[in-house]
Design a protein around this ligand. Structure first.
Ligand SMILES: Nc1ncnc2c1ncn2[C@@H]1O[C@H](COP(=O)(O)OP(=O)(O)OP(=O)(O)O)[C@@H](O)[C@H]1O
Ligand SMILES: [Mg+2]
Length: 204
């Protein structure tokens, strides 16, 4: 269980101080969707565009973090929730530091994504933008793409509890960003994200 006798040590620098000094403002875009819907592809392309515009940004890809921070976690219900909880906490810290964070993780459960949102909203220095981006593509489209061959393995019974096949995916209730990758190409999806960040005043 959690430690007791913990006392929060506040800093001297406010978020506004940081934003003024470094000319940056943090936010998290949380890409959620089925495997193969395009989360990682869009996040990588968006990161490139943001850096060209000199916006400090960083990707937290669910797969990549499973090689380090989350290497102890598997795919049980409990571990999936813990995986998303850690992504939520880390993205919150990065956003607080003034970075535009691009999380890409299936994150199948609305309750888990809501918890990540709360981590941003309940920051002591005021809420940080949390933009849920639903990367939407029908299961058959994702399965026909199958960039990692995972659907084939799941259909052969070599992977159990695969999201969309024998494990649920809960589409976002009211995502800030909707990216329909069956209809829009990567560049259009990236442009939608950038427009969204602009309209919310996260980037100039
Ligand atoms: N509009 C689009 N946006 C993103 N990817 C697209 C689009 N159209 C086609 N694709 C293709 O779909 C595939 C998406 O794969 P990607 O690895 O990005 O999925 P993912 O959502 O990250 O999956 P996973 O949850 O398994 O990591 C790629 O092969 C990509 O080229
Ligand atoms: Mg991915």
């Amino acid at each position: 269980m959690g430690a007791t006798n913990i006392h929060w040590h506040g800093g001297i620098v406010t978020r506004e101080d940081r934003a003024r000094a470094l000319n940056m403002r943090g936010a998290t875009i949380w890409f959620t969707g089925l495997s193969g819907s395009g989360k990682s592809t869009i996040a990588a392309a968006l990161e490139k565009e943001l850096l060209i515009a000199r916006v400090p940004c960083y990707r937290l890809d669910g797969d990549n973090l499973r090689t380090g921070l989350n290497a102890d976690l598997g795919f049980s219900d409990r571990d999936r929730t813990e995986n998303v909880r850690r992504l939520g906490e880390v993205s919150h810290l990065f956003a607080d530091a003034g970075i535009v964070v691009l999380v890409s993780a299936i994150s199948p459960l609305q309750a888990d994504r809501d918890a990540a949102r709360r981590a941003h909203q309940n920051d002591r220095n005021g809420p940080l933008p949390f933009l849920e981006a639903y990367v939407k593509a029908p299961l058959d489209v994702c399965e026909s793409r199958d960039p990692k061959g995972l659907y084939k393995k799941a259909r052969r019974g070599e992977i159990m509890s695969f999201t969309g096949i024998d494990s649920p995916y809960e589409a976002p209730n009211s995502p800030e960003i909707l990216l329909d990758t069956a209809r829009c190409d990567v560049a259009e999806c990236v442009a939608t994200c950038i427009e969204n960040l602009r309209s919310r005043g996260v980037i100039a």
